[in-house]
Design a protein around this ligand. Structure first.
Ligand code: PMP
Ligand code: GLN
Length: 397
């Protein structure tokens, strides 16, 4: 985690955003919206801040948000969650991931993730002294898939936690019930706890004609899984408040208690006023918030299709993602075998910042090797930014 000179390594996302700011390039690197979240939720937060209380929130999070999370899980997925004992509010999904892994894993254990994986996973696993093993997502014509043989081989007697992520950053894959069942079967057979990062749960794009269908399946809904699953989400993605860092997790009470014990020494608690505003928004699925999320999803679907078409025209081979706000594309057909080099040159040559997919892989792994020419682009940017990218990208040809 530290560079040899003692300086703290910055994340790939911060580095790429700094590069975009320096060069004036379109920032299709770091995934955050370039517009703010809904005004009515900001107004609600402002009122809570004005009226107070502005002292420490309760350890597990404000009761309103814990209840709203439980109600949300029942309404959307039919999951029964006890807001008193089974929900923990965290400082973003990042703290939920960190506190869960720190609580559940010891040196010598193995933690299994998909590969590619979100950057905080490897760093967090490294902090525990556990071994990080990975399970490849392999590109196929219809998207990235798990191979049943890979799945069977990945679990061992030392696997303690499967740290799962669907909808998946960076590939945009949404694991369906059949793919999740492969994982669930092994988790039960090896008595593994599943910690599942579902921050993009509402950002899925049904096929043409079924645009509004939510494709996301929480692994906790599979038979025998609720009792061994910790589910994580966050308001950052669904409501476009990445800066508020209001996240949460839920799971069996004994796991949540262990995680809460760790969480209290990481940040103690997060900001109560923002938690209250998010609680109101989560409860409001039939009102303005529900309409906001539906519009966001429809508009992201359009932006996804615009970006995919631009990339295809330029000569990339993009895979249309079923979820998240990321799209990955192979640059090999365009004559670029090394996406790291391409992403280094792209700001100058094309006025675009993007991220090589190997930034989400274990350095030197077989998966990193096989995805050497793949690039991740985000499409959660306004149309003028996407148009700027569309104007510049043809210069790569
Ligand atoms: N998990 C994934 C897969 C993500 O893409 C992100 C987005 N940054 C996070 C976790 C972190 O979420 P938060 O900002 O709520 O900590
Ligand atoms: N989740 C965002 C991404 O993958 C970035 C979040 C961050 O910078 N930590 O681009």
């Amino acid at each position: 985690l530290l560079r040899p000179d003692g300086a703290v390594a910055s994340t790939i996302f911060a580095e790429m955003t700094a590069l975009a700011t320096r060069t004036g390039a379109a920032n299709l690197g770091q995934g955050f919206p370039d517009v703010d979240g809904p005004e009515h939720i900001r107004e609600a937060a402002a009122a809570y801040l004005r009226e107070g209380p502005n002292q420490y929130a309760p350890g597990p999070g404000v009761p309103e948000l814990r209840s709203a999370v439980a109600a949300h899980q029942r309404r959307h997925y039919g999951l029964e969650v006890d807001p008193e004992r089974e929900v923990l509010v965290t400082v973003g999904a990042t703290e939920a991931i960190a506190s869960a892994i720190l609580a559940l894993v010891a040196p010598g254990d193995e933690v299994l993730t998909l590969e590619p994986f979100y950057d905080s996973y490897a760093a967090t696993i490294a902090l525990t002294g556990a071994t990080h093993r990975t399970l490849p997502l392999r590109p196929a014509t219809e998207g990235f898939r798990l191979d049943p043989e890979d799945v069977a081989a990945a679990f061992t007697d030392r696997t303690r936690v499967l740290l799962l992520n669907s909808p998946h950053n960076p590939t945009g894959t949404v694991l369906g019930r059949e793919q999740l069942a492969l994982l669930a079967e092994q988790a039960v057979a090896h008595d593994v706890v599943v910690v599942t990062d579902e921050v993009y749960e509402h950002l899925t794009y049904g096929p043409d004609g079924r645009e509004h269908e939510n494709l996301h399946v929480p692994i906790a809904t599979l038979p025998g899984m609720a009792e061994r699953t910790v589910t994580i989400s966050s308001s950052g993605k669904t409501l476009s408040f990445t800066g508020w860092k209001v996240g949460w997790l839920h799971g069996p009470a004994e796991l949540v208690t262990a995680i809460r014990t760790v969480k209290q020494f990481l940040t103690y608690v997060g900001p109560g006023a923002l938690q209250r505003a998010i609680a109101g928004a989560l409860e409001d699925t039939d009102g303005r918030t529900g309409a906001y999320v539906a519009d966001l999803r429809a508009s992201l679907r359009r932006r996804r299709d615009v970006l995919a078409e631009v990339l295809r025209d330029v000569g990339f081979a993009p895979l249309t993602p079923a979820g998240t706000y990321f799209l990955v594309a192979d640059a090999a057909p365009l004559g670029w075998d090394d996406a790291v080099e391409l992403c280094r040159q792209m700001p100058e040559r094309a006025g675009v910042v993007a991220i090589p997919i190997t930034a989400f892989c274990t350095p030197g792994s077989a998966t990193a090797g096989s995805l050497r020419s793949w690039v991740r682009f985000t499409f959660v940017k306004s149309m003028p930014v996407l148009e700027q990218a569309a104007a510049g990208l043809p210069r790569l040809r």
